[in-house]
Design a protein around this ligand. Sequence first.
Ligand code: OXD
Ligand code: MN
Length: 599
Amino acid sequence: MDELVSVTNKAVLDFVDEARALAAPDRVIWIDGSETQLEDLRKQAMATGELIKLNEEKLPGCYYHRSALNDVARVEGRTFICTRKKEDAGPTNNWMDPQEAYTVCRDVLRGSMKGRDMYVIPFCMGPVGSRFAKVGIEITDSIYVVVSMAIMTRVGDEVLKMLGDSSDFVHGMHGKCMLDENKRYILQFPEDNAIWSVNSGYGGNVLLGKKCFALRIASFQGKREGWMAEHMLILGIEYPDGQVKYVAAAFPSACGKTNLAMMLPPEYYSERGYKVWTVGDDIAWLRVGKDGRLWACNPEAGFFGVAPGTNAHSNPNALACTRRGTIFTNVALNPSDKTVWWEKLENDPPAGLLSWKGEPWDKASGEKAAHPNSRFTAPAKNCPCIAKNWEDPDGVPLSAIVFGGRRARTAPLVYQSRDWDHGVFVGSIMASETTAAATGAVGVVRRDPMAMRPFIGYHVGDYLQHWIEMGKKIPNKPKIFNVNWFRTDENGDFLWPGFGDNFRVLEWIIKRCEGKVDAQETAIGGLPFAGDIDLSGLDYEIRPGKKFDRETLDSILTVEKDAWVEDTASIEDFYASIGDRLPAELRASLDRLERELKN
Ligand code: OXD
Ligand code: MN
């Protein structure tokens, strides 16, 4: 028997009826957002092993989950943008005809929920009631999805109330089905406001509010409505006088957005009263404010962070987020005291761990205990450095936008674009080594414009044009920069200490925004004079026997012309693939770069 509910929104009821007729669940359960209902679902999931309750004293309210072995990352190869015209999906997306896509998915979903419950999750991206927030309805047969969505978004009755009788919501349909990777599809229908995801249980594929809605669908909506959905963290830097300056930064998946968003400034700065506040760690919705500045909102309510590498040194704030009310996925489990472990959490793993595969883990085997893309799903409100205004419906005003990739060579530590259009060029030529966040080879350099390559819900050329057009609408534009924390030496060791010391670069960036410091003009943009990056207090060993020195700083603040000339050839290829939808402004910037590199 279904639970009795009093939903009156016809469009929602029709959507649910259609899903029920197709998937044939035993019952339909409406998620009301109450703790009682969520607790009941967690208990059910514990009974089947879908969730394991962790140590209530050490990790109160925390749960452990393993996804299927073949289902541990986003599947870009099986992610499709289903626009009516193929050319509207563009060269960076897979495309499927919408009718064919619905048919394929219907075949997979038909009868797939027999014997199971179907959950209807009303969810809101952005604070409920905000004029910028957007509603989705996710249908799923996974309790893991329900409880994760309840952390990552605002869910329940209050969302339905906000929706009223409007049909303006994203129709999200998810079914685990058989978890068959050959029939796994992550389908976005931007023209229909719909997302269908089948045969996966991995967060990035199934928490539909996140990548599918807040980036792919929202980027399309933003283009139509005059705003932007970006793969960016948002942070605030508080100065000793109490002023706060906000920065949004786009880095590809698993390149340190969460670490930067929650960074602790070096002691030298914190002693003087500098602080960093987190507004968001993955997604920013950007709008032009009444005051002519660009304002950024975090549409999410939680963090879906990469666990390995997170520790008391690298990101104490993220670690603190995960100490209560968190779901851990595909990390290692210590069955004796029901705690979790992952690579680099501590130096010595406890004995008797079960790996992410659920098998006894043998350190000597060389296998990882936690999957490299294992995750924590933690409420944003847990974060010790969450900004007081992180839920302000208007968001926060940006001083700077920062792009950055993971590049062993070529890109210097930091440089500034000459103006907005050149900044769009800098973002468009971003490149990064691939990571474990998506299936496929790791460590391959690929062009990843604005870190959005896997997330642009339409043609990349139109997307870049939208950036150019937005620049015309922002009287008081943020300045645009590029950073690269990942330069390595000939032994593969990182040259820059990273983590909290990245604050030194942010400080230079804000000084540039305020016209307080000069830059050296080069072919690629404005680079710091090395003396302007404050190294005070950076006198510890960044690895055994190695202190950071001025010479190293000089070496990562130079433009290596040969490497850049090589890079422009690959940019040419990338731009050629975009075809005639490439904005003329970007073509002109590339021509200028090529010319100036010859000088
Ligand atoms: C993420 C990703 O999960 O980018 O944030 O893959
Ligand atoms: Mn991301």
